[in-house]
Design a protein around this ligand. Structure first.
Ligand code: GLV
Ligand code: GLV
Length: 337
């Protein structure tokens, strides 16, 4: 019999068709977050799954599961996966790196420019009819410049480097902080200089957060960090909710300690902190940085190819393209049917 694969989110029909060449597909037709109990039940009866970032895979979900071999995450960040628990259970985890790097970097720039130039508030004002009925002044709607300023990047992975490369066209100085220094050749290509976190906070005119979410990175930007930033600075979070203390950020934006923010991710999303919703100097979007037509299709395809290959099918049988814990595969012969 063909392996069984659960697709937890509605997905592009051509990607489902590609999966169906090799596996029995059980595809959800409706978008929703699954509880641990639902995940446990669904995953007990399949060999593989494609899941969304709101589906959390941990030891409790996998307990007693003798069948599941592979879970492909529809995204590059994988803080929803407990990799240790998955490895212990012999389950391969895969994500979707690389294919979304440039699209997410584009979006980081879109949010930075929109927040710096007050595009969200200006559009709301125009749509409300105020332009025609008020006398807009020469000194209304003043934003902060992006070109010629200092761009700070916290977290310098593939996406951080793609953001940095774009800064050359804006004549920006680029500084970054990262756990480790980039190789010299990569630093040169990115045009970026390593600084300590305090310098990054103090010097950045525009601070972009591109960190993975880990326990250590929770509230990497909180009240204390925000207090070190320039009152004229713009903060952009395209990484994960929880890296920023959203309540502290809202307070800083309200009190004039920060000029503006652009946020694509939130603590507790899809619910957004009411204090952020009440502010005009923040541009908000619903976690869509990777959502271009081409890139979301590529992400779905990469997830599908990982599952197909992990289940021993297709041209790349046994060699999934982007595994996170590939060592588990060497135990499959003995542990799983
Ligand atoms: C989106 O947030 C992703 O991790 O791909
Ligand atoms: C992952 O976080 C990346 O930067 O690609």
């Amino acid at each position: 019999a063909k392996p069984k694969v659960w697709v937890a989110r509605p997905l592009f029909p051509d990607v489902l068709a590609r999966l169906a060449e090799y596996v029995d597909v059980q595809a959800e037709a409706v978008e929703r977050k699954h509880s641990a109990a639902e995940l446990r039940e669904k995953l007990a009866h399949v060999d593989g799954a494609l899941i969304g970032l709101s589906d959390r895979i941990d030891a409790a979900v996998l307990e007693g599961n003798q069948r599941l071999k592979v879970v492909a995450n529809l995204g590059v960040g994988y803080n929803n996966l407990d990799l240790d628990a998955m490895s212990k259970a012999g389950v391969l985890a895969c994500n979707t790196p690389d294919v979304l790097t440039e699209t997410v970097a584009d979006y980081a720039w879109a949010l930075m420019l929109a927040a710096a130039r007050r595009m969200g508030a200006a559009e709301r004002w125009l749509r409300a009819g105020h332009w025609a009925t008020s006398r807009m002044r020469f000194d209304d709607w003043l934003g902060v410049d992006v070109h010629g300023r200092t761009l700070g990047i916290l977290g310098m992975g593939r996406i951080g480097r793609a953001i940095a490369r774009r800064a050359a066209g804006f004549d920006m100085r680029v500084i970054y902080h990262n756990r480790s220094r980039l190789p010299e050749a990569v630093e040169r290509e990115s045009g970026a200089t390593l600084v300590g976190k305090p310098e990054l906070l103090r010097q950045a005119d525009h601070l972009l957060l591109v960190l993975p979410f880990t326990v250590a990175n929770r509230h990497a930007i909180g009240a204390e960090e925000l207090a070190q930033m320039k009152p004229s600075a713009v903060l952009v979070n395209i990484a994960r909710g929880g890296i920023v203390d959203d309540a502290a950020l809202a307070a800083a934006l309200r009190d004039g300690k920060l000029a503006a923010a652009g946020l694509d991710v939130f603590e507790g999303e899809p619910v957004v902190h009411p204090d952020l919703l009440a502010l005009d100097n923040v541009v908000l979007s619903p976690h869509i940085a990777s959502a271009s037509e081409d890139t979301r299709r590529s992400m779905a395809r990469v997830a599908a190819e990982n599952v197909i290959a992990a289940l021993g099918c297709g041209e790349a049988a046994g060699k999934p393209p982007t595994p996170l814990n590939p060592a588990v595969m060497s135990h499959w012969a003995t542990r799983k049917a």
